[in-house]
Design a protein around this ligand. Sequence first.
Ligand code: NAD
Length: 467
Amino acid sequence: MNTKMLIGGKLVDGAGKLDVVNPATGRSFVQAERADEAQLELAVSSAKQAFPAWAACGWEERAGYVSRLADGLEEVKDDLARLLTMEQGKPLNQAKGEIAAGIQEMRHVAGQRIEPVVLREDARTRIIEHRTPLGVVAAITPWNFPFLMVTQKIGPALMAGNTVVAKPAPTTPMIALAIAAVAADVLPAGVLNVIVDDNDLGAKLSGHRDVAKVTFTGSTVTGRKVGAAGADTLKRITLELGGNDAAIVLDDVRVADVAPSIFRAATMNAGQVCLATKRVYAPAPLYDELCDALAKLASEAVVDDGDKQGTQIGPIQNRMQYEKLLGYLDDAKANGTVIAGGHPLEREGYFIAPTIVRDIPDDAALVREEQFGPVLPVLKYDDIDDAIARANDSEYGLGGIVWAGDTQRGVEVAMKINTGTVWVNKGVEIPSDIPFGGAKQSGIGRKGGDEGLEAFTQPHIVNVALG
Ligand code: NAD
């Protein structure tokens, strides 16, 4: 298990160390090397130095490097999955899925190209748009998908010709360091740097004068700080932020068909997913039946250490989030009716019993805020327009799901949901070739698809007089 950071092509010790905790036990299992400000400076200057040569490589050469990085990760994919479960907590099958998805994202982006576009060509003029890289990219990531978030950022950033300083969340640095160990053997020195902090270097990195772009995934609160920190130097930013996704259930569904999918969308990765279903709106005639079905699924769910076979829901990733969820359980008990769960598990680690809450008002904290855990409020509606208005009444606008018997009706409702993505009759899914991002305060910019790659470039227009 690599504990060292990657700076200037070398795996290095840090100025300090950071305890990394297994959330299934609450105990530290390893110490990661941790950077100070001087090492952050070194990482940024290494990336800056490496930039001209990397940018000068063509797409094909860079694609070769990114593909070899994907190959190197593939070779150790089983070790990566076990490590991911140990530091993040998710069940091993979900960890395997995350590793596979991250490698697939890198392979997909290695196949992408941005060709020059002739914007005008006539007897007198030829105007061509090229896309050029930006420079040093800071990639700052959260703890819920520590592998996927890093690979989704470094893949397109590198392919587009930028060099990178990646900084994972302090509670999940080990997967990023495992990527660093593979990259050290594959990429030219300085092209990718990986540093670890204890929540103390993000501000410095996102405001650094030599960083051209920040690609950030995390909470809306921190995203605002990233935007402010980059204002002085007019950094390009992509912000993938929080969500409070609504599932709207239409009155023509069969509850038995949709309840398991709703439950899964709300509790995958213990509900710690930006686009998890975080509140459910159910029509009055189906309300009791749906509440009961969700409560049954919650009571029967296997909650345990992610490395135990059969575990459906693992622990909450870190103590701070666990304590925040205990606060939401108090709110649920005070303002609503808890019909399943409602308590932490009496065992070591950060486990919360999957919780279903009914008859809770729209202005309760559990409904208005992003709970980011397996605690789901179910709300009743009489009129579909009212349900749509309540779903849209949020500062967030990331995703949402409409569950419908008649697909066309589902699409009509989806068209009225003010979010970056709406799914109809399917759980959350983000294909590599489709742009994904938030409306309102769920973010700025898109990842994935052509748009996601272009976000790591700038237009460069060459306007030529002919004749
Ligand atoms: P967070 O905002 O607390 O931390 C994210 C990262 O920012 C960490 O690496 C942290 O060290 C760093 N950071 C802390 N202070 C900083 C500062 N002042 N400047 C720059 N960086 C700083 O988020 P989290 O709790 O790790 O992640 C959970 C959040 O991420 C949820 O809100 C979730 O919805 C969101 N998320 C969004 C997406 C998406 O695609 N929209 C995907 C995954 C997670």
